[in-house]
Ligand binder design. Structure first.
Ligand SMILES: Cc1cc2nc3c(=O)[nH]c(=O)nc-3n(C[C@H](O)[C@H](O)[C@H](O)COP(=O)(O)OP(=O)(O)OC[C@H]3O[C@@H](n4cnc5c(N)ncnc54)[C@H](O)[C@@H]3O)c2cc1C
Length: 465
């Protein structure tokens, strides 16, 4: 589509209307402002609106619509496919809408959509509570929640969306609505997994869980033991008590404490555990885990929930080159495990990895039609992650990721977790939502009939009648 012409007057008008800043290509900090977490993404938006409140969001949505500008929504900017920004777009940057309000009596927290999960963990931990999120604290609340939210507490508390009570939303026509179980319930259903397709969420209210200390951390094994470890792990996790979560990973040991020097830069495999049972019970639960095989490194112990959530932040700072591919998986067959091990040995860089995240336990007891998130019956979300600081190595990391994905896709359940997808086309999005897709199309048709919100894993609206 040709880029619409914007006259100076209307941009000046927007500047005068907003309390937040508008950043243009001529501004000194434009290049910094357009950076997202994945340094492989190099998009040049027309305007970046640093919104400080809901009124700023409404004005920006109206401005983009009236000037036929493409609109992108950015919360934490972590999306690996770069869906928080777009060429020639007006970007609604929600980062300044950063506030948290914990209500300890009601056991809820309301979060401005510019928060990262670290902001939420900090606010809730002070009261001895937690909200289930992911495994890195710098990820944005906005994108992670709207896509689903898989992490250390998935088996105990469900996905992040299973703990969402309501959302404040600015729609394509600029109207502000609240979505919850009793208010705009169709929109609320779609927001829980449907990504940024339906509006700009300006605040989220979550249910809190009484979780502050976790018995967890990584347990590493030799790569030569990987097949044995995955086979043991695939039997253990689906039937484990909800208190026990553990994601499997291939990794290269970082050359820094707390890892011992003899393991530095060694390719290994392991499980990152998170157990919410009280210490004495947790130690009992770990007796058979430790008895299975002596790990080469056992860093599992008591730690505050935010410490576990931020344990890998330093390893994955912003500015690395990221490429990933993913699938849902019902079963880990022996043949699939053999392929995993082959690619585990071929990890192309220190930061590259593969994770298998459990989505059983509490997450599997939510019906597949209760929210837009369809793959409740799968046991794992699998993601192959090619990461390197140096763009010169992109060819190597991308081809490892693609080849790994191609080798394992035939063993998968079909679709992938939207938050672990690159730009992979409409069929992949359809496969992901399965038989929830048609309902999403209808709800998109009601709330965004012109597909104004399309910088996302896009669900095309039902045709207007
Ligand atoms: C290092 C790293 C670790 C990760 N770990 C996990 C994990 O453990 N678990 C997990 O589930 N996922 C994880 N992810 C994936 C993550 O959930 C997605 O990348 C997600 O899109 C990031 O959200 P964001 O707000 O930071 O992204 P952004 O790039 O800001 O936005 C991503 C998408 O969400 C939409 N969006 C964001 N905010 C809003 C809003 N307020 N209203 C409407 N639409 C919005 C945008 O339009 C865009 O399409 C991880 C990603 C990275 C890079």
């Amino acid at each position: 589509m040709p880029t619409p012409k914007l006259d100076d007057n209307s941009t000046q008008q927007l500047k005068a209307t907003l309390r937040g800043r508008i950043i243009e290509p001529t501004d000194k900090d434009y290049d910094d402002a357009r950076k997202v977490y994945n340094a492989m993404i190099d998009k040049k938006p027309r305007l970046i609106a640093r919104c400080v409140d809901v009124a700023d969001v409404i004005a920006s949505v109206n401005f983009a619509r009236e000037n036929t500008l493409l609109l992108a929504i950015r919360s934490g900017g972590h999306n690996a496919g770069g869906l928080g920004i777009a060429d020639d777009a007006l970007v609604i940057d929600l980062a300044p809408i950063k506030y948290t309000r914990v209500d300890p009596a009601a056991r809820t927290v309301t979060v401005g959509s510019g928060c990262t999960w670290g902001d939420v963990d900090h606010a809730t931990h002070g009261f001895g509570f937690a909200v289930p999120s992911g495994i890195i604290s710098t990820t944005g609340v906005g994108g992670l929640t709207l896509g689903g939210g898989i992490g250390h507490l998935t088996r105990k508390c469900g996905l992040t969306i299973d703990n969402l009570l309501s959302a404040d939303v600015v729609l394509a026509d600029g109207k502000f609505v609240r979505a919850g179980a009793d208010e705009n319930s169709d929109l609320f259903w779609a927001l829980r997994g449907g990504g940024g397709n339906f509006g700009v969420v300006t605040a989220f209210t979550f249910k809190l869980h009484k979780i502050d200390i976790i018995y967890g951390g990584p347990m590493l094994y030799e790569l030569s033991e990987a097949a044995e470890v995955i086979k043991w792990y695939r039997e253990l996790i689906p039937g484990a008590p909800d208190d026990l979560n553990g994601f499997f990973a291939f990794m290269t040991v970082p050359p820094a404490p707390p890892f011992p020097e003899n393991l530095h830069l060694k390719k290994m495999c392991g499980v990152v555990w998170a157990c919410t049972a009280p210490q004495s019970k947790a130690e009992e639960m770990f007796k058979p885990i430790r008895a299975f095989k002596k790990p080469a490194l056992d860093l599992v112990g008591l730690l505050p929930q935010p410490a576990l959530q931020s344990m890998f932040d330093a390893l994955y700072p912003p500015g690395l080159q990221w490429y990933w591919r993913a699938d849902f998986v019902n079963e880990l067959s022996d043949n699939a495990i053999a392929e995993h091990v082959r690619f585990g040995y071929a990890l192309p860089s220190m930061h590259s990895t593969m994770h298998l995240y459990p989505i059983n336990g509490a997450a599997s007891r939510v019906g597949k039609h209760e929210t837009a998130w369809n793959y409740r019956n799968a046991n794992w979300a699998q993601v192959m992650v090619g990461v390197d600081p140096d763009p010169a190595n992109n060819e190597k990391t991308i081809s490892w990721t693609k080849n790994y994905y191609d080798a394992l896709h035939p063993y998968s359940a079909g679709g992938a977790y939207v938050n672990f997808m690159m730009d992979e086309g409409e069929d992949r999005v359809k496969a992901t939502y399965g038989d929830n897709y048609e309902r999403l199309v209808a709800i998109k048709g009601k709330y965004d009939p012109d597909n104004f919100f399309r910088v996302n894993q896009n669900i095309k609206p039902a045709k207007k009648s």
